[in-house]
Design a protein around this ligand. Structure first.
Ligand SMILES: *[C@@H]1O[C@H](CO)[C@@H](O)[C@H](O)[C@H]1NC(C)=O
Ligand SMILES: *[C@@H]1O[C@H](CO)[C@@H](O)[C@H](O)[C@H]1NC(C)=O
Length: 665
């Protein structure tokens, strides 16, 4: 009470009022009202006038008013109706927070009597607040290896309302992995917890979206939601996986070095470093690692060395994929090398004759050879051919063996050797071919006799030739070779006028030149029929005959011979008688002469050599008739004697010496 005493006067008045109020409360009880929160301003709370036992109009008259201590007046009096009304919107949560009951106390003062009344108004809750989460979106990180049963506390929600209107329960959307458990804390609050029900797999689902709903019990029910993102954290629980258990690729063998032939890909379901895949060639006993290069980061396989189908038809490459921490997986790449026509056919001569006799029958085997192509299939399908118009053909035998055989009898004299080009061509596109040359000599057979250019010959030789003079030259030709073409000449045996022909004529057996062994006399024989044989040196030898007509030519080697008048043997001159009275031209006699030569050499002319009475007789130039002349004939006879003319030294008849004169050819 000491404190009270020290209060100033005004303070004392207030204290008094409080005291009075207390007394009134204790005495008369209180006026109690209840009003829901959040009503419009001026909403009816209670009928004060009636409860005070006053008429509504008395309220103003008697100075009824609300007294409160300093704080904002929540209520007001309506002087006309005498009602207690709300002075504004009232928020229970603002006034009373979570308190179960929200009471507002104030006093009503009747000024005229200084009476004071206590009023208590309960503000009742309405469900004007929904449960709210502190964070509307929550992110949780859970490793994918977390075992089921693991609990994760979640942020709880708050509802400012009270009683049924406040938070009642939590609900979790249905999902495969999580359930919700709500624990009641010591403070009576509900704390939601997430329980892992089933193992997580990041690779299956990396993020789980959950919706946690907090519900109150109001009418209508209000709710608040929190979205929860559960991010599953990766663990390297997956090895890389190749897109194919085995890769197959076909590559033509001529693919240039550096070409990429394939790209292997392995994917790792993990993430980040756990999914960082690198590729490696596995060490291989085969030397594929020298032929192929693998890019460790991309899995691209390129050729580093030329492929050769003929070396290896396929390659196997073992490849490992490794993720960052080192989990492995393997695959196999089978590279099939495709044949390209890069090999020409090859010849293997099994046997070959270098020479064949020209009379070999058709079908004679010249060579046996094999052709081979290192390629395969059509690229190794070989056809062999020969140039046209050769007397040979190819016979195909087993296993690409071929025989070269003759198709007809050969003739060395036509073709003495052959350079036979055999072409082997494969079936590739473009095709490749190889030529082989088989040299064949055609061996000579004595199948040709020596022949003379003409069937018969004529030769001429003047008589009185020198002995040993060459008369003629004969030449036979033999198209064979060597001994078969070595010709010797012979004269066929014969006789001439009882003597062997060989005593007249000889032939040089090597040169075919004919020689005269005697001096021929035309007057003895004029013509010689010879047969010359040309014979080669083959075995057996072949020969041919030719005839030669040798004509001896006349020379003027015989003087005319006077047959009549015969030269007297007693030394006297011959006498011809002619009558003195003979007419001019009277035939006295006829001189008859012969010449053993022929032709001009035997053509005679007659001349008077000497006459005792010149001009009396004349001789016919060609007839040899001696006649009496009249003049000129006698003179001609005398003139025609210049000195004998080399004629025989015989005496002319006494009347006229005559001379028979042979003309010289
Ligand atoms: C055969 O003929 C071919 C082509 O025509 C040629 O190259 C080769 O030298 C010839 N061989 C002989 C020995 O003449
Ligand atoms: C050549 O002539 C001789 C003798 O006259 C004869 O025996 C031979 O048969 C002839 N030969 C030919 C090839 O005519």
């Amino acid at each position: 009470m000491a404190a009270l005493l020290k209060l100033p006067n005004r303070g004392r008045l207030v204290l008094l009022c409080l005291l009075l109020a207390a007394l009134w409360e204790a005495g008369d009880g209180q006026m109690r009202y209840s009003v829901p929160e959040e009503l419009e301003k001026g909403s009816f709370v209670g009928n004060i006038a009636k409860d005070l036992g006053l008429d509504p109009q008395d309220l103003t008259e008697r100075g009824v008013r609300i007294v409160s201590r300093g704080r904002t007046q929540l209520f007001a009096l309506n002087p006309r109706s005498g009602s207690l009304v709300t002075a504004g919107r009232i928020d229970r949560e603002e006034l009373c927070a979570q308190s179960a009951r929200c009471l507002v106390n104030f006093n009503i003062l009747l000024e005229d009597k200084l009476s004071i009344y206590s009023v208590e108004v309960e503000i009742t809750d309405i469900n004007d607040n929904a449960p709210r989460f502190g964070v509307e979106e929550l992110e949780l990180k859970i490793s994918e290896t977390t075992t089921p049963g693991f609990r994760i506390p979640l942020k709880s929600a708050h509802d400012a309302d009270v009683g049924e209107n406040t938070l009642q329960k939590y609900e979790l959307n249905s999902n495969d992995h999580f359930s919700l458990d709500v624990r009641r804390g010591m403070d009576g609050n509900k704390y939601p917890e997430l329980v892992l029900e089933r193992s997580l797999d990041r690779e299956e689902e990396a993020v789980h979206h959950l919706i946690l709903v907090a519900l109150d019990g109001g009418d209508p029910i209000r709710s608040g939601t929190s979205r929860i993102r559960v991010v599953v954290q990766d663990v390297n629980d997956n090895a890389p996986v190749f897109t194919q258990p085995e890769y197959r690729v076909s590559v033509p063998e001529n693919m240039p070095v550096g070409t990429q032939i394939l790209k292997v890909t392995a994917t790792d379901a993990d993430e980040g470093y756990n999914a960082q895949v690198a590729y490696f060639l596995e060490k291989n006993p085969e030397e594929t690692s020298e032929i192929f290069e693998l890019k460790s980061t991309s899995g691209e396989i390129t050729i580093t060395k030329s492929l050769d189908y003929e070396d290896a038809k396929f390659h196997e490459i073992d490849i490992e994929a490794q993720d960052g921490p080192g989990l492995l997986s393997r695959t196999k790449v089978i590279v099939t090398v495709l044949d390209v026509n890069d090999n020409a056919p090859e010849f293997y001569m099994t046997s070959a004759t270098s020479s064949v006799p020209e009379d070999s029958p058709p079908g004679t085997i010249i060579a046996l050879f094999n052709v081979h192509d290192r390629d395969s299939g059509q690229n190794a399908f070989i056809t062999c051919s020969l140039p046209e118009n050769l007397p040979f053909k190819l016979e195909r035998s087993v296993d690409n063996y071929h025989r070269l055989v003759t198709t007809r009898v050969l003739d060395r004299e036509q073709f003495s050797s052959y350079n036979i080009t055999v072409t082997a061509k494969d079936g590739g596109n473009p095709s490749l071919s190889t030529d082989a040359h088989i040299l064949l000599q055609v061996a000579d057979i004595n199948d040709n006799p020596p022949t003379f250019p003409h069937t018969s010959y004529s030769a001429y030789i003047p008589e009185n030739n020198l002995r040993g003079a060459s008369i003629f030259s004969m030449m036979a030709y033999d198209p064979d070779s060597d001994d078969n073409a070595h010709v010797t000449y012979n004269l066929a045996e014969d006789t001439l006028q009882g003597a062997p022909l060989s005593s007249y004529i000889s032939i040089n057996s090597d040169t075919g030149v004919l020689y005269a062994l005697r001096s021929f006399d035309y007057e003895q024989f004029r013509e010689l029929q010879l047969y010359v044989t040309a014979r080669d040196s083959g075995n057996p030898p072949l020969s041919s005959n030719v005839s030669l007509s040798l004509f001896v030519l006349d020379q003027n080697d015989n003087a005319p011979e006077i047959l009549y008048p015969a030269l007297p043997t007693d030394g006297s001159t011959g006498v011809e008688l002619a009558p003195r009275s003979a007419e001019p031209g009277y035939l006295v006699t006829k001189v008859v002469a012969v010449d053993r030569d022929s032709g001009q050499n035997a053509w005679l002319s007659y001349h008077l050599l000497k006459a005792s009475e010149p001009g009396l007789f004349a001789v016919g130039l060609h007839t040899g008739e001696v006649r009496t002349s009249t003049g000129p004939a006698g003179q001609r006879c005398a003139q025609a004697e210049p000195g004998g003319g080399g004629a025989g030294p015989w005496a002319a008849p006494s009347l006229c010496h005559c001379h028979a004169h042979g003309s010289r050819g």
